[in-house]
Design a binder for this molecule. Structure first.
Ligand SMILES: Cc1ncc(COP(=O)(O)O)c(C=O)c1O
Length: 306
């Protein structure tokens, strides 16, 4: 099955989409991106793109910050994405990577007087993390401009996350947990983090240098609506990770991934906790378009004759 890209305003085969070596964003991190999951439902013979619009709203935030004049409306970006995934014809889980970037082949650190462009591509993509993750606190901190960090995925800001992820893997962990510069828990290298304390969900707040994750928001809503469990958004101390009843990571790539250990300390028994398991079950039904209450979050890709 070929992967396609939307590149220079056209749909082309992914291997044919190439950028020049002088492209501004490659040198200075002047791009913003999204990660969108398309979840395959074999019974429906359908791929559902999850919370498509919300991803493009966040991309639009990034464009405002980077002075990128995105030449498409959010509805147009959604349409491009649906067409892109439909033409690739996959019958498995996929991942869409849209990016708005400074496309000028020009040297010089700045945001102004540069051309902007938009690209997107789709690839098949299964699980990102193991069924239960071992995490380590990173020596790399999550840098701290709350607005830029929380509202957009800007490529240049991902360097600390990349340093943290590699440090974690090289130390025998599956994922890094980054702290803020004042030592509070922030998030994983590509995920938000939740704890279960006294039967309630606790998660770092927007002022803890987190990305305001779409999966985070989904989990907060599903926990409240389906399980009657409240989420407290607050500052989280590192040691609370060690003593929590349960812990899990959330992200488009990672879905809901239970955390078995932090810094070589088991979370409770080290097995998947009860609330985490319940949330996973509800979440996977929702993202595959199997829960009628939440179909508005799911965009079907393939046109059906019936
Ligand atoms: C740094 C970071 N935090 C959190 C998340 C989770 O966000 P979302 O649930 O919107 O994918 C991601 C992934 O997009 C991320 O890169």
């Amino acid at each position: 099955m070929p992967s396609y890209a939307f590149f220079h305003k056209q749909f082309i085969l992914l291997p044919e989409a190439k950028i020049g070596v002088m492209t501004h964003s490659l040198h200075y991190g002047t791009a913003c991106f999204e990660g969108i999951r398309g979840n395959w439902n074999s019974e429906h013979q359908q791929i559902y793109l999850f919370r498509l619009k919300e991803h493009y709203q966040r991309l639009q935030n990034g464009c405002r910050i980077l002075k990128n004049n995105l030449p498409y409306t959010i509805d147009e970006l959604c349409q491009i994405t649906i067409e892109l995934v439909a033409m690739s014809g996959f019958q498995e889980d996929v991942y869409v990577r849209p990016m708005a970037y400074k496309s000028s082949e020009y040297l010089g650190v700045r945001l102004h007087d540069l051309e902007d462009d938009f690209l997107a591509f789709v690839v098949p993509w299964g699980p990102y993390l193991p069924d239960k993750a071992k995490c380590g606190i990173s020596s790399w901190r999550r840098p701290g401009d709350n607005v830029i960090l929380s509202q957009a995925k800007i490529t240049g800001l991902y360097i600390n996350n990349a340093l943290a992820k590699t440090e974690a893997i090289e130390s025998g962990f599956d994922e890094a947990i980054m702290l803020t510069s004042d030592g509070q828990v922030s998030e994983g290298s590509g995920e938000n983090i939740f704890l279960v304390i006294d039967g309630k969900l606790v998660t770092p707040a927007s002022y803890n240098n987190i990305l305001m994750g779409i999966t985070r928001d989904t989990v907060i809503k599903l926990a409240q609506n389906e399980l009657g469990i409240e989420t407290i958004e607050r500052q989280v101390d590192r040691s609370e990770l060690y003593t929590a009843e349960e812990c899990f990571l959330t992200g488009t790539a990672a879905h809901i991934t239970p955390v078995a250990e932090v810094d070589h300390r088991k979370i409770s028994s080290g097995e998947i906790g009860e609330i985490t398991r319940k949330l996973q079950k509800i979440y996977f039904e929702v993202i595959r378009g199997n829960n009628p209450k939440y179909v508005d979050w799911c965009t079907a890709v393939y046109k059906k004759d019936h």
